[in-house]
Design a protein around this ligand. Structure first.
Ligand code: GDP
Ligand code: IMO
Ligand code: MG
Length: 429
């Protein structure tokens, strides 16, 4: 009668997709609880690379059940393309995928509003993925939104027209913004028809029933804790609750059902989009991290900003989420750096602090680093952590000590197999 949660502890792209795929063998159900096609979760196995946006990362396991929860926002057009891509790989979508009727729909006009808002912000833009995420969640909390279940109702088209009329009123205020809504609507309505043919469920009932039946459940987060609407670097955040609490509201499960919380972090830091990033590197080291880590967005292809690991930020994310198990990703990318820096505190308004302050703008916060020796060995074929270079072992031991939570998996490459389990975990029941 319990749920485990897996989520990102930084600014997204930590490698959630890869690890959910690895852990799926332990679980009956994988459930996405928030976000939408702003996410890009990459899975690699058997020589193929797959990028999922809305679909949970357990979908390649034929025995798994994958739920898109009520907290998710769905763009039917992107969703249909994602599903078409899966069919090539013989995934029986109607068997392995269920969609909450309470998930909200991203309309074509939400995407236009996102683009218009970002253009109007100019240099202060959020750097949104332009998938319409912000406007869709605004309509959800503003109580105007359309939900998946509405496509089964007779008045769907009228409700759609009424909401679009509202959006066009708003778009009129963006005088420099030109758009052609009609040209993107046909594809959207075709995708809505397709959505009707899928398995739509009352997902909270399904979750409750599954819990009662003793099914094992893993909730999959999107984005990262530092992009959370409340606890992220506001306003440079996404519009949903990316932290552990979001798994309760985004799936309809009670907080006392949550057991393990797997917190994923990269062995360094990246961020895509605007906003403060205290340990960002603008030098050759930053470029080297980007090149070696192939740090380009899975959804937008944008360059990811790179920097050293930030412990005050990581500790903050661990506390907000109640992380019980840490998973360190992309350790292989650090091979070859003579020294590895870790930010342990900040100089803030003339004093040293070891926590994340209200504002972390570049001119307010200066990172204070500890340096650790690097390692030169290629670790991408490592299977047993006992055989790891001593300096990698020391890096892991140092982080565990500082963070006070065990690191139970170390990832050494993008493939499913490049995963070293330090401490075996089973699904909570
Ligand atoms: P997600 O959004 O958290 O699922 O992460 P993304 O898929 O956006 O970004 C993670 C990227 O790193 C993907 O390209 C993965 O294939 C890749 N990746 C995951 N784990 C590792 C690893 O341990 N080493 C390396 N080199 N790449 C990894
Ligand atoms: P995954 O799940 C990294 C960032 C955007 C932007 C901000 C707001 O793959 O880790 P939005 O489109 O949500 O309004 O954009 O959030 N962002 C992500 N960055 N990974 C993601 O998802 C992201 N989803 C949104 O770049 O800075
Ligand atoms: Mg991603």
């Amino acid at each position: 009668m319990a749920v485990d949660v897996l989520l990102g502890l930084q600014w997204g792209d930590e490698g959630k997709g890869k690890i959910v795929d690895v852990l799926t063998r332990n679980y009956d159900i994988i459930a996405r609880f928030q976000g939408g096609p702003n996410a890009g979760h990459t899975l690699e196995f058997e020589g193929h690379k797959h990028v999922l946006h809305t679909i949970p990362s357990g979908v390649f396991h034929p025995e798994s059940s994958n739920v898109i929860g009520n907290g998710v926002v769905i763009d039917p057009v992107i969703f249909k393309k994602e599903i078409d891509n899966l069919k090539v790989h013989n995934v029986d979508v109607n068997k392995v995928l269920k969609i909450s009727r309470k998930a909200h729909l991203i309309l074509p006009s939400h995407r236009l509003l996102d683009a218009a808002s970002e253009a109007a912000k100019g240099k202060n833009k959020i750097g949104s993925t332009l998938k319409g995420i912000g406007p869709t969640y605004m309509d959800k909390t503003g109580r105007n939104g359309l939900r998946v279940g509405d496509i089964e109702q007779d008045d769907f088209k009228e409700r759609y027209d009424a909401l679009v009329a509202k959006h066009e009123q708003i778009l009129m205020h963006y005088t420099d913004f030109e758009y052609d809504l009609k040209s993107i609507e046909d594809e959207w309505f075709a995708a809505i028809d397709f959505l009707r043919s899928l398995t739509l469920i009352d997902s909270e009932h399904f979750m409750h029933k599954s819990l009662r039946e003793g099914k094992t459940i893993l909730a999959e987060g999107a984005q990262g804790s530092l992009l959370d609407i409340d606890f992220g670097s506001y306003p440079f955040v996404t519009s949903s609750t990316t932290t552990c609490a979001g798994s309760c509201t985004g799936l309809g499960i009670a907080p006392n059902k949550i057991r393990k919380v797997f917190g994923i972090f990269k062995a360094y830091c990246t961020r895509v989009g605007s906003g403060p990033f205290p340990t960002e590197l603008f030098d050759e080291t930053g470029k080297e991290l980007r090149a070696k880590g192939n740090e380009f967005g899975a959804t937008t292809g944008r360059e990811r900003r790179c920097g050293w690991l930030d412990l005050p930020a990581l500790k903050y994310a661990i506390d907000v989420n109640g992380v019980t198990n840490l998973i360190m990703m992309k350790s292989d990318v650090l091979s070859g750096f003579p020294t590895i820096k870790v930010c342990t505190a900040y100089r803030y308004k003339g004093t040293e602090i070891d926590y994340l302050p209200y504002r972390t703008d570049e001119n307010l916060v200066e990172p204070i680093y500890t340096e650790l020796p690097g390692w030169n060995e290629d670790i991408t074929k490592l299977e047993n952590f006992d055989d790891a270079p001593q300096n990698l072992k020391d890096y892991v031991a140092y982080l565990q000590e500082e963070l006070g939570v065990p690191i139970t998996i170390v990832s050494v490459g993008p493939d499913r197999k490049q995963t070293i389990v330090l401490e075996e975990t089973t699904a909570s029941v």
